[in-house]
Design a protein around this ligand. Structure first.
Ligand SMILES: O=C(O)c1ccccc1N[C@@H]1O[C@H](COP(=O)(O)O)[C@@H](O)[C@H]1O
Length: 197
């Protein structure tokens, strides 16, 4: 099971996540309690040292702004939330990094391939920690191939969520925090142990 730990802001949490088996680590470059500047993200990308996929997370930024921040931070992948068009997705593809298209679970384009490398299916409010009916995605796997499940996951519910939705991987932020933006090494380890089991 592919696992991404998102919203990391401290070197020790990047190291802990990768040492515990994270396949990807995410840095939020958009407005959020987990916001990091491009130069802070660049330091964290260096700590990851190519041992995990480094992901920059964006929401309302234009394609040009995403490209600029991806360059400045050095992330290997871009994860784009927010209302996007196919035309924008084509331009985002041309940035030349792994492209993750994030959509809420009720998005009508869920089944469509918009050129992304990975689809991420999330709660309507990204980063809110709100759980939803993961079983509603049980039919998605065959049609979509590789997609990630997110939104309100924790060490306590990830196993049941994976059984219900059958994703390729999982993504978590709030569920490994003690308060918004405050990550916990123990919760990161517990989440990865549960997800990988
Ligand atoms: O984490 C944020 O603050 C955030 C802000 C803007 C866009 C995405 C954000 N995070 C993503 O939200 C999902 C689920 O988060 P949670 O586990 O429910 O807190 C995850 O994909 C994060 O990458």
């Amino acid at each position: 099971m592919f696992a991404k730990i998102c919203g990391l802001r401290e070197a020790r949490h990047v190291t802990a996540a990768i040492d515990a088996g994270a396949d990807a680590v995410g840095f939020v470059l958009t407005a959020s309690p987990r916001f990091v500047t491009a130069s802070e993200a660049r330091e964290l990308v260096g700590i990851a040292d190519a041992r995990a996929l480094t992901v920059g997370v964006f929401r309302h930024e234009t394609v040009d702004e995403v490209a600029r921040l991806a360059d400045a931070s050095g992330v290997a992948a871009i994860q784009v939330h927010g209302k996007r068009t196919r035309a924008e997705m084509s331009k985002l593809e041309q940035i030349g990094r792994t492209l993750i298209r994030a959509v809420p679970f009720d998005d009508p384009s869920l089944e469509e391939d918009w050129g992304e490398n990975l689809l991420l299916v999330d709660a309507p409010r990204p980063g809110s920690g709100e759980a939803w009916d993961y079983a509603a995605m049980s039919g998605l796997s065959e049609a979509r191939g590789r997609w990630l499940l997110a939104g309100g996951l924790t060490a306590g519910n990830v196993a049941a969520a994976v059984t219900a939705a059958k994703p390729y991987g999982v993504d978590v932020s709030s569920g490994v925090e003690t308060a918004p933006g405050v990550k916990s090494t123990e919760l990161i380890r517990a989440f990865l142990a549960a997800a990988k089991a």
